[in-house]
Design a protein around this ligand. Structure first.
Ligand SMILES: NC(=O)c1ccc[n+]([C@@H]2O[C@H](COP(=O)([O-])OP(=O)(O)OC[C@H]3O[C@@H](n4cnc5c(N)ncnc54)[C@H](O)[C@@H]3O)[C@@H](O)[C@H]2O)c1
Length: 468
C-alpha cells in the first residue's frame, strides 16, 4: 500500500495558509456564523466491528500517524469553489467549515464477537498485515461492548458477545448507559453513532413504528417488528446523538425516528453506503439520460466472499439489499418523463457468495442501451473493487458531516439531512419527496449546502456574467 506521510502533511500546511487568505479575501473573520466550533473530542460509536468498521478506524489511525493518505474522502481532500471562476478561491472543505479534526476522534463500538479491532481487522483481511502491525497497540485497545442481537434478524450469524435483558426496552436502556459511559470515560464533547453492522431481514414500517408511544410500548412488549438496529437508533436518538445507517435496514426510515431526530436535535440521513456497483450505476445512468440514450436492460451480478457476502446469501437479508439497489435506476432515469427511453427496462441485481474473493468483490454489469433510430448497443462493466476500501471514506465523511449538522443551528432540528444523499444508496427525504440519486446533483447539493451555511453565493453554473 502506498505511504504518503510527507506529502499529506505538506498539503495540510499549504491549505491552512490558503484558507487564511481565503477568509481574509472573503471578508469574513473565520467565524462559522450559526455553526458551533468543533471543540473537544468527537466520540465515534460503531455498531458492528467488521470489515468496513475496522478498515475505517485503522485507516484513520494510519492517516493520523502519517502512514497513509485519506483518498476517497471529500472532507479530507475535497475542495469547494467559492465565488466566480476568476476569483480563484477553492479552499479545502475541511478548512471552509469547522469539521472535527482526525486527531480528535475517539472510538468505541459493539459487536457480537469478542475480537478487538486489531484481531477483527486481521480476520477481515482487507488491509495489509504490515500496516495493521504498525498500529496494533491502538487497535487492540478498542474492544467491542456486548451487542443487542437476535438471530431472527440476521440468519447467518451468531456470536457470544450479546446483552441479555428482560425485554427490548431493557436492552435499549443498557445501550443508553453504554453511550453515557463512553462519553464520560472518553471525555468526548460530542458523539455520533454509525451502523456498520450486518444487513438485517427485510421489514416494512408497521403500526408500532408510528409514534414514540407505540414504539416504546413495542419495546416493552418485545414486538417482533422492532429489529436490533432500531434499538440502537432509538438509544442514540434518545441521547441526542446523530445516527447514520451504512446498511439497507429499515432502522431510521420510520416516523418515530424522524420525530425523535427532530425533537432531540440528532440528525439522521439515508441508508446503505453507495460503493461498488451502485456507485458505478449512479455515475453512468445520469450520463445516459443526459444524452437521451435509451436503456433496455441492466443486468448486474456480483461475487463477494466476505462475511457481508455470507449474510447476504440469506434470502431475507438479500431482499433488504435488493430493494435498496433496485430503486436507484428508476429515480435517475425517470421513466414517467421519458417512457420511450426508460419505460421498459429489465433491471436485475444478484449477489453470489464466493469465499475465495474475500472483500475483493467483482461486480459485472451488462447494459443494453439504444441510440439514434433505436439502434442497439451494449456496455460491459467489470469492476474489481474493494468493498471496504470504498466504504471507509464514506464512514468518515458521514460522521464528520453529521457532527457538523448537529452543531449547526440551521440543520440540527431538521431531522433528515438530505444533503448527505451523496454517500448513500437509499437517500432519505422529507415525506412525499422523491430522492435524488444522481451523484453529480447530490454533490452539487452537498457543496451548495456548505456554501449556504457559510453565507457564500450558491453556484448555479450560469456564468453569463463572464461575457458581459
Ligand atoms: N463494504 C461496502 O462497500 C458496503 C456498502 C454498502 C453497505 N455495506 C453494509 O455495511 C455493513 C457492514 O459491512 P461489512 O463488510 O463490514 O460486514 P461484516 O460482516 O464484516 O461486519 C458486520 C459486523 O456487524 C456485526 N453485527 C451484526 N449484527 C450486529 C448487532 N446487532 N450488533 C452489533 N454488531 C453486529 C457482525 O458480527 C460483524 O462483525 C453490511 O450491512 C453491509 O451490507 C457495506
Amino acid at each position: 500500500m502506498p505511504t504518503r506521510s510527507k506529502s499529506t502533511r505538506t498539503i495540510t500546511k499549504k491549505s491552512q495558509a490558503a484558507l487564511a487568505e481565503v477568509i481574509q479575501s472573503a471578508g469574513h473573520s473565520g467565524d462559522a456564523g450559526t455553526m458551533q466550533p468543533a471543540k473537544g473530542k468527537l466520540g465515534v460509536m460503531i455498531v458492528g466491528m467488521g470489515a468496513v468498521a475496522t478498515t475505517f478506524v485503522a485507516g484513520v489511525e494510519a492517516i493520523r500517524k502519517g502512514l497513509s493518505a485519506p483518498i476517497g474522502s471529500l472532507t479530507q481532500m475535497g475542495t469547494i469553489r467559492l465565488g466566480k471562476r476568476t476569483d480563484k478561491r477553492s479552499p479545502r472543505i475541511k478548512d471552509f467549515v469547522p469539521l472535527a479534526e482526525l486527531n480528535d476522534l475517539v472510538f468505541t463500538g459493539w459487536d457480537i464477537f469478542e475480537d478487538d479491532m486489531y484481531t477483527a481487522a486481521s480476520k477481515a483481511g482487507v488491509l495489509d498485515q504490515n500496516l495493521l502491525d504498525k498500529i496494533k497497540p491502538f487497535l487492540s485497545k478498542i474492544k467491542p461492548q456486548k451487542a443487542v442481537f437476535d438471530q431472527n434478524y440476521v440468519k447467518r450469524l451468531d456470536g457470544p458477545n450479546v446483552k441479555k435483558g428482560k425485554n427490548k426496552m431493557d436492552l435499549a436502556e443498557q445501550l443508553r448507559e453504554d453511550i453515557r459511559n463512553f462519553k464520560k470515560k472518553s471525555g468526548a464533547s460530542r458523539l455520533v453513532t454509525i451502523w456498520c453492522g450486518s444487513t438485517e431481514i427485510f421489514l416494512k414500517p408497521s403500526k408500532v413504528h408510528q409514534t414514540l408511544e407505540s414504539f416504546e410500548k413495542g419495546l416493552r412488549d418485545n414486538d417482533k417488528n422492532i429489529a436490533p438496529s432500531m434499538i440502537y437508533a432509538y438509544a442514540s436518538l434518545m441521547e441526542g446523538v446523530p445516527f447514520a445507517n451504512g446498511a439497507p435496514n429499515l432502522t431510521v426510515d420510520l416516523p418515530v425516528m424522524h420525530y425523535l431526530s427532530k425533537k432531540n436535535n440528532a440528525p439522521i440521513c439515508g441508508k446503505d453506503f453507495k460503493t461498488g456497483q451502485t456507485l458505478m450505476k449512479t455515475i453512468l445512468a445520469p450520463g445516459f439520460k443526459a444524452r437521451l440514450l435509451g436503456v433496455k436492460g441492466w443486468y448486474s451480478t456480483n461475487i463477494l466472499g466476505n462475511r457481508d457476502g455470507e449474510v447476504l446469501d440469506d434470502p431475507g437479508s438479500f431482499k433488504t439489499k435488493e430493494e435498496s439497489k433496485l430503486s436507484v435506476l428508476e429515480h435517475i432515469l425517470q421513466p414517467d418523463l421519458y417512457p420511450e427511453l426508460y419505460g421498459d427496462i429489465y433491471h436485475k441485481v444478484t449477489i453470489n457468495y464466493y469465499p475465495p474473493r474475500g472483500d475483493n468483490k467483482e461486480g459485472w454489469d451488462n447494459i443494453d442501451i439504444f441510440g439514434w433510430l433505436g439502434y442497439p448497443m451494449q456496455i460491459k462493466v467489470d469492476f474489481l473493487c474493494r468493498d471496504s476500501i470504498l466504504a471507509a471514506p464514506i464512514v468518515l465523511d458521514l460522521i464528520l458531516f453529521l457532527d457538523l449538522a448537529k452543531r449547526c443551528s440551521e440543520l440540527q432540528g431538521l431531522g433528515v439531512q438530505e444533503w448527505l444523499s451523496f454517500y448513500l444508496k437509499s437517500p432519505m427525504t422529507a415525506p412525499g419527496l422523491y430522492p435524488e440519486h444522481d451523484l453529480f446533483i447530490q454533490l452539487m447539493k452537498l457543496k451548495n449546502t456548505l456554501r449556504h451555511l457559510r453565507g457564500e453565493e450558491l453556484i448555479t453554473h450560469l456564468g453569463l456574467e463572464y461575457y458581459d
